[in-house]
Design a binder for this molecule. Structure first.
Ligand code: WAQ
Ligand code: MG
Length: 267
């Protein structure tokens, strides 16, 4: 891409703990508007008022930006979070994660994978075979950053998600994050569910299953959530951190939306 882009990253803190964060990767003429929207978001979080808001704006030469496509998306209908978690483990195993690594990591998110049973700010990094945790800091984890969706692809995504009532920020942002994560070196699969009290949905993403969402991966009212990036054994961790945290990635095309499927425990 020829143009200059700007990476805009917002983080809101409260009593030294993280409150909310979001980011954009936009052309120069969109910087002011995008910054304003991020500030509004920092000032209106459901969990309370921010005490500190950090807004970083860095120029990114267009030539550095890697373009990716969104994964195909499908909802797997599950009756409750217990069934959802069984279905998520099956999707991870189908993606090449060992059953042990899948169930152990899922239990860690469920218990709060950060210190003292808290949610982490970023993701766990887990060896897809052994289940061993590899992130350098178990409170922070690894953060996927510097990714966004280009205006035309966003328009396509709104049009795709609106008829199925999925055109919300959780879904759109998770799709973009998953697209970047799946493009990272050594990545096998991602597991995620929200830390927002009443947002119970989550997903498994991989090249095998695409973005497979499960309406229930936790009980409503549970504030624990998290992410796991499963990686091939012997992946270069330093290079993976660099890619996830620093490589600018722009989604320029959406994937297919497949009809929902119904999970059966015995299938
Ligand atoms: N990089 C790595 N991990 C992150 C990042 C990031 N940029 N942002 C959040 N996390 C981790 C962190 O541990 C959070 O506690 C956890 O993920 C959940 O973050 O299809 O809303 O922003 O309906 O609460 C998925 C389902 C919603 C969407 C995910 O995640 C759908 C969601 P949240
Ligand atoms: Mg959240």
């Amino acid at each position: 891409m020829a143009d200059e882009f700007y990476s805009i990253r917002m983080r809101a803190n409260r009593l030294n703990s993280h409150l909310s964060g979001a980011e954009r990767l936009v052309r120069r003429d969109e910087v002011e508007d995008a910054g304003r929207v991020l500030l509004r978001r920092a000032l209106s979080h459901s969990r309370g008022d921010a005490e500190q808001i950090i807004l970083n704006i860095d120029r990114v030469p267009g030539a550095q930006i890697q373009e990716v496509k969104l994964p195909h998306m499908q909802t797997m209908m599950v009756a409750d979070w217990r069934q959802g978690r069984r279905a998520a483990i099956a999707a991870l195993v189908a993606s090449g994660v060992s059953e042990w690594a899948a169930s152990r990591s899922l239990a860690q998110i469920a218990a709060g994978a950060g210190p003292g049973g808290t949610s982490m700010r970023g993701a766990m990094l887990v060896d897809a075979s052994s289940g061993q945790r590899l992130e350098a800091d178990s409170a922070r984890g690894v953060r996927a950053s510097r990714m966004d969706i280009a205006p035309q692809a966003l328009e396509d995504l709104h049009r795709q998600l609106t008829p199925v009532a999925l055109d919300n920020g959780h879904v759109r942002e998770a799709l973009v994050l998953a697209a970047k994560v799946l493009s990272a070196p050594g990545l096998v699969a991602e597991l995620c569910w929200s830390d927002d009290l009443d947002y119970t949905a989550g997903y498994v993403a991989s090249s095998t299953v695409g973005y497979r969402r499960f309406p229930h991966l936790k009980a409503p009212g549970d504030e624990r959530g998290g992410r796991v990036f499963f990686i091939r054994p012997a992946t270069d961790i330093a290079e993976l951190y660099r890619y996830l945290e620093e490589q600018p990635v722009l989604v320029t095309a959406i994937g297919d939306l497949l009809p929902p499927d119904l999970w059966r425990d015995d299938a």
